[in-house]
Design a protein around this ligand. Structure first.
Ligand code: DX5
Ligand code: ZN
Length: 227
């Protein structure tokens, strides 16, 4: 049995878009029938790359009606939760590795009115996330080391996806399972087969000229594997 709240979905990662023409880039993925945009916020400390803050999230919120899934790759991000929420973030995800007090940070997200997500890096054991399973809307299993788009999928994460789904079903938790990094035509089926529902895809979508076709092809591949 699988949580069917969102079904299987492709979430374009705006990190891979051409920021000099953001509006047509957003329209091109919306034409693929997506519901959720994935926005990668990097602080140059938790990860060795720096991206954008609430200002750009606010601009994207103005340009698109879609749900904004904001992935904070930021050390101790509590201070950023209210400004991201105000900017239009619907979902806010933090990393266990980046927070001293994970429970408190998740509570700050929920208190802001956003839905709370928890992410773990490929090297981090699922046991670091399990204590928070009843507090979260979204469990994000990174399938690359966070920091950059276009990296190769880390197949060793597959058992963690299976384990997360197993525990969720056994214990009756309510979160959705998201994967992020290296998702493409070769990997979309494998992660769905393991239990993932929301598939973030950056380069596999934006590197293609025809984004709607790329999104539909990924989704077809993913749905074909649904167990
Ligand atoms: C990586 C980001 C991802 C990234 C995925 O740190 O969290 O969302 O944009 O890019 P691809 O799909 O190209 O691996
Ligand atoms: Zn991400």
């Amino acid at each position: 049995m699988r949580s069917s709240r969102y079904g299987i979905q492709i979430l374009p990662s705006v990190l891979a878009a051409d920021f000099s023409r953001l509006e047509p880039e957003l329209r091109s993925v919306e034409e693929g029938g997506i519901d959720i945009l994935h926005l990668d916020v990097m602080d140059g400390q938790f990860v060795p790359n720096l991206t954008f803050g609430p200002l750009l999230v606010k601009a994207i919120d103005k340009l698109s009606e879609k749900t904004l899934d904001v992935h904070l790759m930021v050390n101790e991000p509590a201070y950023l939760i209210p400004p991201f929420r105000k900017a239009g973030a619907d979902w806010i995800t933090i990393h266990t590795e980046a927070c001293d007090d994970v429970a408190e940070t998740l509570k700050a997200i929920r208190d802001s009115g956003a839905l709370a997500g928890l992410a773990i890096n490929p090297e981090t054991p699922l046991s670091d996330a399990i204590p928070y399973f009843s507090d979260i809307h979204l469990m994000l299993l990174m399938t690359v080391s966070p920091g950059f788009g276009g990296q190769s999928f880390r197949a060793e994460v597959i058992p963690k996806i299976e384990q997360a789904e197993l525990i969720r079903e056994r214990e009756g938790h309510d979160f959705v399972i998201e994967v992020d990094g290296g998702i493409g035509m070769e990997t979309a089926g494998r992660v769905v087969d393991a239990g993932a529902e929301l598939l973030v895809a950056g380069s596999a979508v934006f590197d293609q000229d025809d984004r709607p076709t790329a999104i539909r092809a990924l989704l077809d591949r993913a749905v074909a594997s649904q167990s």
